[in-house]
Design a protein around this ligand. Structure first.
Ligand SMILES: Cc1cc2nc3c(=O)[nH]c(=O)nc-3n(C[C@H](O)[C@H](O)[C@H](O)COP(=O)(O)OP(=O)(O)OC[C@H]3O[C@@H](n4cnc5c(N)ncnc54)[C@H](O)[C@@H]3O)c2cc1C
Length: 485
């Protein structure tokens, strides 16, 4: 398949330089602020229903996910995986290969081609073809049913705020002065940093630490918690630690960065761990300590929309804000900051805006994944959440080293763990650690959404040999644990 290669193809799709905002067709049935996954989903859905729709985006269409999130990170992670695979090729009897030479510019060029290709689905041409008026400028509410988009005054019957989130900054002494990267800027690098210091061991920090290490950077990741991915299953986080170390990432857990300074042309991260002070010399710093919602400087108060700068826009279970005509969707109001949640919440917001508040948020089965190698994916409850709610829980685990297809493929790092309400076969949640856990977890989502219990699951045929058979084997472990009838 031929792919458009140039940055100009990409920009033509997401922010053409010669774009002229249309003449407003007030009042709009729906105005959407923000052209990320939430905003685009809402716009297309409402347009399909025959509504008069305007979408306002201040930067590039596609939002964080396309421009500096899921797509570029996964493209780089896949390149890093291939290189790591070639590194281990002797295990597969392919010792004839020479050690791969890493061409960082080529890795980044591939990422840009992929971004451009995916951008076709979010392109301005596509939106216009659906009759959506696209304004590329800042949006600012100036009343309950009006807002300004650049020089234009727009009015609406309903609006959806989908302005997303941005990387959290830090007031660590010296950090601003030495300079640092965030997920907004790391994908613009043209040279591989020889030494990269990553502050923060959450999903984004871990994914990028491993990928950049595999691409050839010497990476140190500093996490002030005793484990990476603090919200995930302990066994999963421990496997991740091992995997990062095996790749050569220098891991500093229980360690706080307390400041930064420059020395001999390098950037130094000042850290403390217990009483030990250590300065880590690097060439670039990636700050990855969380994301904050975009709620400032957009006149939310003028429209009567209440918000909190840390939590985001206040919404009820129907995603309605404190302005009855305005809904919110995506990262700007959701604690689960994922593309799938952004899109689903947008669908719900459109439905409730025009369908009279009939669909509640709250009972979604949300799968997510951290795309390290192995991947760590989860759906439903963790054991600690079940215990907090006094739900008796029992877990059934299958290690991948006992799964035939994982053995044949040499992909034995990981496990499938299914949590069951004790005394029943009801599945409460599952954690999967595997090379493609992000794919495997979707089977668990379907099973849970369909209300299938462990008994039925144990009888569902899977292809043989398949890694997903580990899911069925966990259900068999449940059956074997039952007292004889
Ligand atoms: C490095 C990284 C990797 C990620 N990987 C994954 C992953 O693998 N899987 C996953 O599910 N999620 C991932 N995410 C999260 C995912 O990108 C977000 O959850 C998703 O983009 C949220 O969509 P959204 O539409 O709510 O917001 P955004 O994508 O942030 O879009 C909001 C848009 O609103 C615009 N905007 C803001 N203010 C205004 C204004 N005043 N006027 C006009 N426009 C405005 C912004 O420019 C932006 O384009 C990742 C994030 C990062 C940073």
């Amino acid at each position: 398949m031929s792919m458009p290669d140039t940055e100009s193809d990409f920009l033509r799709r997401v922010r053409p330089s010669d774009w002229k905002n249309p003449t407003p067709r007030n009042p709009y049935d729906l105005i959407i602020v923000g052209g990320g996954p939430a905003g685009l989903t809402a716009a297309e859905l409402a347009a399909r229903d025959g509504r008069r729709v305007a979408l306002i985006e201040r930067d590039r269409l596609g939002g964080n996910s396309l421009n500096s999130g899921s797509i570029p990170s996964k493209a780089i992670i896949q390149a890093a995986r291939v290189l790591a695979f070639l590194r281990d090729e002797e295990d597969f009897g392919a010792a004839a290969f020479e050690r791969p030479r890493i061409d960082f510019a080529a890795v980044m060029a591939r990422m840009r081609r992929i971004r451009s290709r995916v951008a076709e689905y979010h392109s301005i041409d596509r939106l216009c073809a659906q009759g959506i008026d696209v304004f590329l400028c800042d949006a600012r509410f100036d009343g309950p049913n009006t807002l300004s988009a650049g020089d234009s005054q727009l009015s609406f019957k309903k609006a959806i705020v989908a302005t997303g989130a941005r990387p959290e900054r830090s007031d660590l002494p010296g950090l601003e002065q030495v300079g640092y990267l965030t997920s907004d800027t790391i994908f613009e690098l043209t040279e591989l940093p020889k030494r990269l210091g990553v502050i923060g061991g959450g999903p984004l920090g871990c994914e990028l630490a491993q990928a950049f290490c595999r691409l050839g950077s010497q990476v140190t990741i500093v996490q002030n918690d005793p484990k990476f991915l603090p919200h995930e299953d302990r066994d999963a986080a421990e496997l991740l630690s091992l995997s990062l170390s095996r790749d050569g990432v220098i891991t500093r857990l229980n360690t706080a960065v307390v400041g930064a300074h420059s020395e001999r042309g390098a950037k130094c991260l000042d850290t403390t761990s217990a009483d030990v002070k250590l300065s880590i010399e690097v060439d670039e710093i990636l700050l990855s300590i969380g994301r904050v919602p975009n709620v400032e400087n957009m006149g939310l108060s003028a429209a009567g929309i209440e918000f909190d700068t840390a939590r985001g826009i206040d919404v009820d279970e129907f995603l309605q804000t404190t302005n009855v005509d305005v809904y919110a969707a995506g990262d700007v109001c959701q604690s689960d900051q994922f593309t799938n949640v952004a899109e689903s919440s947008a669908r719900l917001a459109v439905h409730n805006a025009f369908g009279g508040r009939t669909e509640r948020q709250g009972h979604w089965t949300i799968p997510w994944c951290t795309y390290c190698d192995p991947e760590i994916a989860h759906v439903g409850m963790h054991v600690r959440e079940a215990r907090q709610q006094s739900i008796p829980v029992k877990s059934f685990i299958v290690m991948l080293q006992d799964v035939d297809r994982a053995i044949t493929d040499g992909l034995q790092d990981g496990f499938v763990k299914i949590h069951v309400r004790e005394g029943t076969d009801q599945i409460l949640g599952a954690t999967i650690v595997a090379t493609r856990a992000g794919e495997l977890i979707n089977e668990m989502s379907v099973i849970m959404s369909a209300g299938i219990g462990m008994r039925r699951l144990a009888g569902i045929l899977h292809t043989y040999p398949a890694q997903s058979d580990a899911i069925r084997l966990a259900a068999l472990a449940y059956l074997n644990d039952q007292p004889p009838a």
